[in-house]
Ligand binder design. Structure first.
Ligand code: ADE
Ligand code: ZN
Length: 327
């Protein structure tokens, strides 16, 4: 029997706020006297029934994260869970909108605090972290451009990427092209959510509008064979989050999930958890489910982790050091 928990793992798609353990959010709510009733079920997990409600609860839970030190503590709490699940390299999505609301000076303080958290976790667990700052699609293009500007000014250190999350049904990718250009010009790696809630057109528009090397999810590309061919030919890496897709009913059962078919078609796939406590998952469970559903072996996971490290938004020394751990 393989102990999936201790198998070394790379994770490229993890939202820091979405990874917040519910107990951690309740603890901050109590400390600050904030009423979050209605946001949790009796078993303590987050309340949501569909993607729109998930985003609402997510933003409500974020209301307790009010200071840079709250985010330092969150960084360490999230990385404790990642490390316990065998993750040795992780990229976390940060949202400047929740970290000072677009003010450069405030964002610098939040970023410094999360960097300290990541460094403390590296000392504690050896886990390597990079940050991808995201704009939030339903906050609109002007906001996305302002976010990209402050992110561009703070690029470097652990902040190595720019991305976009939020409501995929809000405006097409082209509206956000300028934001991605600003971030790309600052040397940041680019990725964007697409093909999660919407179908293959959304992925195609994203590839046409932004210079991305990776797509968050991208799994609904499976609906269009010519797009699958394009993803394979262009070497676009998909940050696939199967447990998240099943929880949100993008696909109803693990056996229906297209990750194996995409991989067989030559698309570069990787595995992540997205917002693990919201979707009742962790990296150990993702690996175990993929093994049980598609028969993936340790060798398959080693290969996939190498794919992830080759697509990681990190310097080459780190890349080579991490790749060696998957040989
Ligand atoms: N933000 C956090 N999780 C997300 C998801 N699964 N899709 C889009 N935006 C998100
Ligand atoms: Zn995501």
């Amino acid at each position: 029997m393989i102990d999936w928990k201790t198998v070394p793992k790379t994770e490229l798609h993890l939202h820091i706020e979405g990874a917040a353990p519910p107990d951690f959010i309740r603890m901050l709510a109590a400390e600050k006297n904030i009423d979050l009733s209605g946001s949790f079920k009796d078993d303590g997990s987050y309340v949501w029934t569909d993607f729109a409600e998930f985003l609402q609860t997510y933003e409500r839970a974020c209301s307790v994260l009010q200071t840079p030190d709250d985010f330092r503590r969150l960084t360490e709490a999230v990385l404790d869970v990642s490390a316990a699940n065998g993750v040795i390299y992780t990229e976390m999505f940060l949202s400047p909108d929740f970290c000072g609301g677009g003010d450069l000076g405030a964002w610098k303080e939040y970023l410094a605090a999360m960097t300290l958290g990541a460094k403390n976790s590296k000392t504690k667990h050896g886990i390597e972290t990079r940050f991808i700052a995201t704009c939030i699609r339903h906050f609109g293009p002007d906001n996305a451009e302002k976010t990209a500007e402050i992110v561009a000014k703070t690029a470097g250190g652990l902040l190595t990427g720019f991305g976009q999350g939020g409501e995929e049904r809000h405006l097409s990718a082209g509206h956000f092209a300028r934001a991605f250009k600003i971030a790309g010009d600052a040397g940041l790696g680019l990725t964007s959510h697409a093909g999660e809630i919407l179908g293959s057109d959304s992925v195609r528009e994203t590839l046409d509008a932004f210079d991305v090397t990776r797509i968050g999810h991208g799994v609904r590309a499976i609906e269009d064979p010519s797009l699958v061919e394009r993803l394979a030919a262009e070497g676009i890496v998909l940050e696939v989050c199967p447990g998240s897709n099943i929880a949100l009913d993008v696909f109803s059962k693990w056996k229906d999930h297209p990750i194996a078919r995409l991989r067989d078609a030559g698309v570069k796939v990787t595995v992540s958890t997205d917002d693990p406590p919201y979707f009742y998952t962790d990296m150990t469970r993702e690996y175990r489910k993929l093994h049980e559903t598609f028969g993936w072996s340790l060798e398959d996971f080693q290969d996939m982790n190498k794919t992830a490290m080759l697509a990681a938004f990190c310097d080459d020394d780190t890349r080579q050091r991490m790749l060696a751990k998957f040989e």
